[in-house]
Design a protein. Sequence first.
Length: 169
Amino acid sequence: MFNYLYPDLYVSSVFEIPYAKLLSSNINTLLFDVDNTLLPHFVPRFEDGFISFLAEISAMGFKICILSNGSKKRVELLMENLPYKYVYRACKPLLFGINKAFSVLDTASGNCAVIGDQIFTDILVGKRKKVYTILVEPVSKKDEFIVKIKRGVENLIINEYKKSRSNIN
Ligand SMILES: [Mg+2]
């Protein structure tokens, strides 16, 4: 009876999302929740390593947008000097915020994925809008989040490195 609320994909963190696979399925727009998806509630800024991670995803060809139920103050401080669109006070699971994101991004729902840590806000708004939904485990339950950030970036680099080597050989 809860099938409607099942995400299309459930991964342990945003670093485990198969981004290349999404692109090959024509998903080129990522709407990220902030709190407990990208960083813990009490952390005001992204680590440099995480900013690099976002840049890597963006360079793959994704449009990135923050879709947060957080306050204007919280989201504006977080996104200051970053080149990505954002919607604060998105009121997920209401459609208000996601509709705003769609108009800001000039995109279509078939090309979009919603990524977040909560079924009843992030996944539900995605289901209601009929976009691809990705549930992640909440980051603040994890002891070594900073380590994971670094590994995530490292893995991207290592993968790119392997690809470049296989091109040469
Ligand atoms: Mg959240």
